[in-house]
Design a protein around this ligand. Structure first.
Ligand code: MTE
Length: 329
C-alpha cells in the first residue's frame, strides 16, 4: 500500500525497494542459483524463516487448482510469495516482513469471536480451524499497487467457521482485527496506521464459497510474513482486504471501520473489489505486473490486463448487481 500523507514516523519512500529493483534482484538470484557459488549458501537458506514451515497434513484438493487457472496463471514461486510482502506491523518495506516477522509468536494462538452470534468465545487455533478439513485453493491475488501473484493457499472456508458460530439475524457484517503487541510487531511502535489493522466483509461476502481463512501456503504452515497463523483471503478483492494474523472476529449490525479506509477514505473504500474500470485516484488499475511472470527485452515483468473481479466474476458479480461500483469502490 502506498501512503498518501507522509508523517514523521513514516519510512522514507527512498528506503523502500522500488518494484523494478526487486524484480531485477529476483532475476539476479535466479541466475545466481545456477552457479556453484550459491551451493555454499545452502545452510543459510535452510535457516531462512521463509523455509521453516511445517508441512500441513491431510490437505484436500479442490476445484481451484493451478490447472484450472491455466497457462497464463502459473503459481508464483514460493520465494516471491514469501519475500515481497505488505505487513505494516513489521515495517513498510516489501522485505521487512520476512526479515522481522520472526518475533511474532504464533503458538499458542487465540481468536476471540464476539458480537451477534450464538457461540461467542475465545477459541484456540486448533478448536477454530483444525476441526475442519484443510483445503488447497490456488487463487489469483491482486494488490491495489498493481502487482499480482498466484498463490496455492491452504485453509478452511470462512462460511464453515461462521456457520459453527451461529450468527443471529442482526449479524449483517463480519469484522476482523490483527494482534496488537508492539513488542512482537515492532512496526506498531509507529503510527503508520491506526492499530489494530482492521478489515470487514458484508455477510454475503463472508459466506461466499471463495472466501477462505488461510492457515498455510504451498502445503506448509503460513510463514509469519504472510500472516501466520491465520489470515483472510478474498481473491476478488484487492490484497489489503486479506487481513493477517487475526485475533478477533466480530459479527456486527453496522458496516465496520477498516484500516485503509480510515487512513485514506478517498483512495480505499469498504468494498475494494478488483475493478479495471475504476482507477485508484493516483494510478490506473487497468493493468498489473505478475510477479515471476514473463519479462520484456529489458528484463522487466510485462504488464497484463487486470480482470473484472480479478477473474472471479462468475462467482461474485451477483452480490453487487444493483450497486454502482464507482461509488462503492
Ligand atoms: N494485514 C495486516 N495485519 N497488516 C498489513 O499491513 N497488508 C495488506 C494485507 N493484509 C496488511 C495485512 C496488504 S496491503 C496486502 S497487499 C496483503 O496483506 C499482502 O499479503 P502478502 O504479503 O501475503 O502478499
Amino acid at each position: 500500500m502506498l501512503i498518501r500523507t507522509p508523517r514523521k514516523s513514516d519510512v522514507l519512500s527512498s528506503e523502500i525497494t522500488p518494484h523494478s529493483v526487486f524484480l531485477r534482484r529476483r532475476e539476479f538470484l535466479r541466475a545466481a542459483s545456477a552457479t556453484s557459488a550459491t551451493a555454499a549458501l545452502g545452510p543459510f537458506m535452510l535457516s531462512d524463516p521463509a523455509f521453516a514451515g511445517a508441512k500441513l497434513p491431510n490437505v484436500k484438493k479442490t476445484k481451484w487448482t493451478a490447472e484450472s487457472l491455466g497457462e497464463n496463471d502459473k503459481p508464483t514461486p514460493y520465494e516471491d510469495v514469501t519475500s515481497y510482502n505488505n505487513f505494516y506491523e513489521f515495517g513498510t518495506g516489501k522485505g521487512d516482513p520476512k526479515r522481522k516477522a520472526g518475533s511474532l509468536k504464533t503458538k499458542p494462538w487465540t481468536v476471540v469471536v464476539d458480537g451477534h452470534c450464538e457461540n461467542p468465545g475465545r477459541y484456540d487455533f486448533d478448536d477454530l480451524i483444525k476441526v475442519h478439513a484443510l483445503e488447497e485453493r490456488v487463487y489469483r491475488f491482486r494488490c491495489v499497487e498493481a502487482w499480482s501473484m498466484v498463490i496455492p493457499w491452504v485453509g478452511v472456508p470462512l462460511a464453515d467457521i461462521i456457520k459453527r458460530m451461529g450468527p443471529t439475524a442482526d449479524a449483517k457484517y463480519v469484522s476482523f482485527e490483527t494482534l496488537v503487541d508492539p513488542e512482537q510487531m515492532p512496526g506498531q511502535k509507529f503510527a503508520i496506521l491506526k492499530w489494530p489493522y482492521r478489515e470487514g466483509l458484508r455477510m454475503d461476502e463472508a459466506m461466499n464459497p471463495l472466501t477462505l481463512m488461510a492457515v498455510g501456503l504451498y502445503g506448509e504452515e503460513m510463514p509469519n510474513q504472510n500472516g501466520a497463523p491465520i489470515r483472510l483471503v478474498t481473491p476478488w478483492k484487492y490484497g489489503f482486504k486479506s487481513i493477517k494474523s487475526i485475533v478477533r472476529i466480530s459479527f456486527t449490525d453496522k458496516q465496520p471501520p477498516t484500516s485503509w479506509n480510515l487512513s485514506a477514505p478517498r483512495e480505499y473504500g469498504f468494498y475494494s473489489n478488483v475493478n479495471p474500470l475504476v482507477n485508484h485516484p493516483r494510478w490506473s488499475q487497468a493493468k498489473e505486473r505478475r510477479l515471476g511472470g514473463p519479462t520484456n527485452v529489458f528484463g522487466f515483468v510485462q504488464k497484463r490486463p487486470t480482470l473484472m473481479f480479478n477473474g472471479y466474476e462468475e462467482e461474485v458479480a451477483a452480490m453487487y448487481k444493483d450497486m454502482d461500483l464507482a461509488r462503492y469502490y
